[in-house]
Write a protein that binds this ligand. Structure first.
Ligand SMILES: Cc1ncc(COP(=O)(O)O)c(C=O)c1O
Ligand SMILES: N[C@@H](CCOP(=O)(O)O)C(=O)O
Length: 463
């Protein structure tokens, strides 16, 4: 299996190289050259199987023979052994025909663990085989960073540098990052927004001297290794509700478009999905793009679902590439428009293709709080604010097929917002109970690429 860049100028790479590269050298994102197919009988056979078995079945279609079967099995088994629920990603019925897919049973209580526990092991495996070290960078609005630090801490093959926007994460998210004191972990609080952090990360990838000098690799969902692991739970959830004999829809709290893009991949691979529903908070650039056909940046508004306070939604580029008939030149034109004037118009055919599979809705702050409160009252279920954004949009789109809303974080990651909405102060699990008493280590830097590069250069062991 080869992976090609959405911008058409970087060389096609195999799985291991695409994962180590993170972002393609032309600034594009890697996507599979073709979509491996999963037959209806195979989908039916996923029901009742262990999560790790299904994960192996799906992921091995992308790794081909690059990672030996026994090694891939060990990587996947290790990735999910630490999840606190035996199903890894259980479904809970919220109300008739509407389910939440709980993706927060990993070590840092957010869906990012599902992919990050896999990615850190794959990278470690490939780097060890090649006798190399890498410098990992990531931008986070809170959850990617904590999951990445947890997954990469203490690894000898990698040094990890996570950029978060100063003062814009929840306290629990910040502490989950800054209290990890392993020597290979470096937290940088950037004086800016998440988009500023993400821009610095992408700019470092486009600085080829720096990139090669520190052997840069990324753990944001720009890395195909993240997406591939997230495809799996679309299959397990749909199969457990009767797929392929029954269609399902998914509502996905969305920011960087990685999670819902994994659902799109599952559909391309043969999973019968009726609708993919993009649920945004007040930072609704994706809903506006799907509704109006113009992707247009506005300022970022802080919300009670801070992990989705994003304007530049990286993985939308992957969808644009596919929807535009894999026309890399068209993608380059759109991305140039975004860079130069803060927006672009989606080509008519691409917009039509996107609208035929995706719907979108926005949940404002008051609606998010009300959704947390009413869901607790009517279903006895406590939502985190991100999941509440998804549940609200899903409720407006319930139809004849089962609706699955992705529950992307545990409410205890956002105690202030949840307590304000519900009156309940959700407790952290035992292994995080003393989080607020732990020592923190973090460096504050200006929103400046050179300052961040200097910081990394001085600390990485990979140069
Ligand atoms: C809790 C939570 N929900 C939803 C999202 C949005 O996911 P994506 O960026 O893949 O669209 C994020 C962050 O990305 C998150 O941390
Ligand atoms: N919400 C994310 C933002 C980064 O998203 P990613 O999935 O591209 O890593 C976060 O929690 O950091």
């Amino acid at each position: 299996m080869q992976f090609v860049s959405t911008r058409g100028q970087a060389p096609a790479l195999g799985f291991s190289d695409a994962v180590l590269a993170g972002l393609a050298s032309d600034g594009g994102l890697y996507v599979p050259q073709s979509w491996p197919q999963v037959s209806p009988d195979e989908i039916a056979g996923f029901a009742g199987r262990a999560y790790a078995d299904v994960a192996y079945d799906i992921i091995s279609r992308f790794t081909g023979d690059e990672i030996a079967p026994d090694a891939l099995k060990a990587i996947i088994d290790g990735a999910y052994a630490g999840f606190r629920h035996p199903s890894v990603a259980p479904l809970v019925e919220l109300e008739p025909g509407h389910f939440v897919l709980e993706l927060f049973h990993g070590p840092t209580l957010a869906f990012k663990d599902v992919a990050m526990q896999f990615l850190s092991r794959v990278m470690d495996h490939v780097l060890t085989e090649r006798n190399l070290r890498a410098t990992i960078v990531g931008a986070t609005s809170g959850d990617t960073g904590s999951a990445a630090i947890e997954a990469f801490k203490g690894r000898d093959t990698t040094d990890i540098f996570i950029l978060h926007p100063l003062g814009r994460t929840s306290a629990v998210q910040r502490l989950q990052m800054t209290t990890v004191l392993d020597a290979n972990v470096h937290n940088i609080a950037v004086e800016g927004t998440f988009d500023d952090c993400q821009n610095i990360v992408k700019a470092m990838f486009n600085n080829h001297r720096f990139r090669d000098g520190v052997r840069l690799s990324g753990v944001n969902s720009i890395n195909w290794g993240r997406i591939v692991a997230q495809i799996v739970y679309y299959f397990t959830a749909a199969a457990s509700l009767g797929s392929p004999h029954r269609k399902v829809s998914f509502a996905v709290p969305t920011g960087n478009f990685g999670d819902i893009f994994a659902g799109y991949c599952a559909k391309r691979m043969g999973l019968p999905i009726e609708r993919l529903i993009v649920a945004t908070n007040a930072n609704d650039i994706l809903r506006r793009a799907i509704d109006t056909g113009r992707y247009e940046m506005e300022g970022v508004a802080p919300t009670i679902s801070p992990s989705m306070d994003i304007q530049i939604s990286s993985n939308f580029e992957r969808l644009l590439f596919d929807a535009a008939g894999r026309d890399a030149a068209a993608v380059v034109r759109m991305m140039d428009g975004l860079k130069q004037s803060g927006g672009f118009a989606l080509p008519e055919a691409a917009l039509g293709a996107i609208r035929s599979e995706f719907s979108a809705g926005t949940t404002g702050e008051a609606e998010t709080r009300a959704t947390i409160a009413t869901t607790l009252k009517n279903s006895g279920y406590l939502l985190d604010p991100h999941t509440a954004v998804g549940v609200h949009v899903a409720r407006g789109a319930l139809g004849t097929v089962p609706m699955i809303t992705l529950a992307t974080a545990h409410p205890a990651k956002f105690p202030a917002a949840v307590a304000e909405a519900s009156g309940i102060d959700p407790a952290l699990p035992a292994w995080l109970a003393d989080l607020h008493d732990r020592e923190e280590r973090v460096t504050v830097l200006a929103n400046d690429q050179a300052a961040v590069e200097d910081f990394i250069m001085a600390r990485t062991r990979a140069s």
